[in-house]
Ligand binder design. Structure first.
Ligand code: KIV
Ligand code: NA
Length: 275
C-alpha cells in the first residue's frame, strides 16, 4: 500500500498520483484493481449515491458506513475520508472528537477538510494528534452557499494570491496533500510549485501532482450531466439500462429463466410429489 511518504516521493519524482472516489465495496474493488493510488471516500457520496442536492446533509455516520464498505473492497489502498459539513467548525474539542470517531470506527488512513481560515488550526491539531490530514482549496462544495454557486475560484489576482497563501498555510499545518478544485490551470501550476506537499487537482489542469475524479462521473453511472473537467471513460449507465431493459422484457415475455438458470429434481421425485 502506498502511503503519504510515497505520495511525497511521487511528487519529487514527477510521478502522477491518481486518486478516485469510491463509496462502497464494488467501486472500491474496481478502483484498487485498476491501480488507483489513493481512494477518497468523498462527501460527494451525498449527491452521487444518496441523491441529495448538496453535500450539506451528509453525516459522520454516513461517512463511517461508506468508508467501512470501501475498506473491505480495497484493503490494500490508502483511504482518505471527508469530514462532513460543520463537523470541524464548532470547536477544537468537537473537531477532535469527530475526527477520532471517524478514524477509529471507519479505519480511514487520513481525513480531508475543506478551506483555510479557522480550519488551519484544526488541521494542525489533528496532525499533532496523529491523524494525517488532506487539505482542500478552491471550489469547496461544503461552502457553496457562501461562494455563490459551483464556480471556478481564484480567477482574479486577489483571490489567486490568497489561494497561494492558504496552500502554504495548509502545508505548514502538516497537511500531507492538497486537493485543488476548479481553479485556473496556471494558478494550480503556481501552487504546485510553491509547496512541497503533493497537489491533487480536479478541474485544475495538468500541472498538479495528481488528479482526482468522482467514480460515477468517470464511468457515467447515475449522473445526468457532468462538469467540464470530467472525462467520461466508460458508460455504465447505458450498459446497465440495456441489460435491465432486457431482463424486464424477457421476464414479461416468458423468455427468462430458461432451464439453464433453473434447478431440477429427479423425475421419480416429481411423480411422488404430484401423486
Ligand atoms: O467529495 C468529493 O468527491 C471531493 C472531491 C471532488 C475532491 O471532495
Ligand atoms: Na468532498
Amino acid at each position: 500500500m502506498k502511503t503519504s511518504t510515497d505520495f511525497l516521493k511521487m511528487k519529487k519524482n514527477s510521478e502522477k498520483i491518481v486518486m478516485l472516489t469510491a463509496y462502497d465495496y464494488p467501486s472500491a474493488k474496481i478502483a484498487e484493481q485498476a491501480g488507483v493510488d489513493v481512494i477518497l471516500v468523498g462527501d460527494s457520496l451525498g449527491m452521487v449515491v444518496l441523491g441529495y442536492d448538496t453535500t450539506v446533509p451528509v453525516t459522520i455516520e454516513d461517512m463511517i458506513h461508506h468508508t467501512k464498505a470501501v475498506k473491505r473492497g480495497a484493503p490494500s489502498t490508502y483511504i482518505v475520508t471527508d469530514m462532513p459539513f460543520m463537523t470541524y467548525h464548532l470547536s477544537m474539542e468537537d473537531t477532535l472528537r469527530n475526527a477520532r470517531e471517524i478514524i477509529q470506527q471507519s479505519g480511514a488512513h487520513a481525513l480531508k477538510l475543506e478551506g483555510a481560515g479557522n480550519v488551519i488550526e484544526k488541521m494542525d491539531a489533528l496532525n499533532k494528534a496523529g491523524i494525517p490530514v488532506v487539505a482542500h482549496l478552491g471550489l469547496t462544495p461544503q461552502t457553496v452557499g457562501v461562494l455563490g454557486g459551483y464556480k471556478v475560484q481564484g480567477k482574479d489576482i486577489k483571490s489567486a494570491k490568497k489561494l497561494i497563501e492558504d496552500a502554504k498555510k495548509c502545508e505548514e499545518a502538516g497537511a500531507i496533500a492538497l486537493v485543488l478544485e476548479c481553479i485556473p490551470m496556471q494558478l494550480a501550476k503556481e501552487v504546485s510549485e510553491s509547496i512541497s506537499i503533493p497537489t491533487i487537482g480536479i478541474g485544475a489542469g495538468i500541472d498538479t501532482d495528481g488528479q482526482v475524479l468522482v467514480f460515477h462521473d468517470v464511468v457515467t453511472y447515475g449522473v445526468d450531466r457532468v462538469p467540464k473537467f470530467v472525462k467520461q471513460y466508460a458508460n455504465m449507465q447505458e450498459q446497465a439500462l440495456k441489460g435491465i431493459e432486457s431482463y424486464v422484457s424477457e421476464t414479461k415475455n416468458n423468455i427468462f429463466p430458461t432451464r439453464e438458470h433453473s434447478f431440477t429434481m429427479k423425475e421419480e421425485t416429481v411423480q411422488a410429489l404430484y401423486g
